[in-house]
Write a protein that binds this ligand. Sequence first.
Ligand SMILES: [Zn+2]
Length: 252
Amino acid sequence: MSARAISREPAAAERLLPRRRGDSGTLRAMLEKDLRSGRWQEGERLPTERELCVQYRVARNTVRRALEALEQGKLITRHVGRGTFKSSNSPSAPTDPFHIDSIEAFSPADVIECRLFFEPGLVPLVVVRATKADLDRMSECLKQAEASGSLQEFERWDAALHDAIAVATHNHAAISMSRSLARVRQQAQWGMLKARSMTPERKAKLQAEHRGIVAAFRNRDQGAAHRLLRDHLVHVRTYMFGESSPGLQSLI
Ligand SMILES: [Zn+2]
C-alpha cells in the first residue's frame, strides 16, 4: 500500500458523504471525480477497500460495488493480492452512457444552466397540452408561494410551480428529467445560495415573473411563455451566481 495514497484526504467526498451513507452510486461518482481530477496518477495504487471504507465512511460492500462499477468503466484495474490501480488508459476509455451521476455530483450552477435550456423547451408542449387542472395547479402554486411566510416555504412552492409546468407537458420523460434537475434544491448549498441572495424585493420580482408565466400559459401564448420563462431563469441564475458565464449570453 502506498503511504502517499493513504495520506491524501478524500477531497469533496468527506463533506458530502454523510448525507448518503451506503450508496455505492454516490461513492462511485466521487471516486470517478477524484480519478478524473488526477488525485491518483495513472498506474498508481488506490487505497485498499478497508482504507476506502474508513476514508469515505461507508460499508465494505458499498466500496466493493463502487469499485466494480469503476472497473467496468475501465477507470481502474484490480488484481487479486496486488490491489486496485488507476487504469493507464482511463482518459480514452469510453464512459458508460447509461451511468447517471447522483445528485451530490451536480453543482447548483450546472443545474440552473441546464434548466435554462431545458425548461423553455417544454413550453410548446405545455401550450398545446395543458389541461384546466394543470393550469389550476399552477395558479394554486402561485397563491401558496404568495402566502408563504418563510423562504423555505416559498422555495417549496416555487419548485412546485416549475414541477406543475413540467407535468403539464404530459410527457413522462420530460417530467422525470425535470424532477431529477429539481432534486438539486434539496442540497444545502442550493438553500444557502438562495438564502444569501433573497430579499423581499427579489421575492416580489420572482413572484411577478411567475404570474406572467402562468398568465401566458393560460392565454396559450407560446412566444410570451417562452420568453418569460427564459428571462425568469436567467434572472434566478444571475442573482444566485452573478453575471452570466462566457458563452452563455450568445446561446440564450
Ligand atoms: Zn421560479
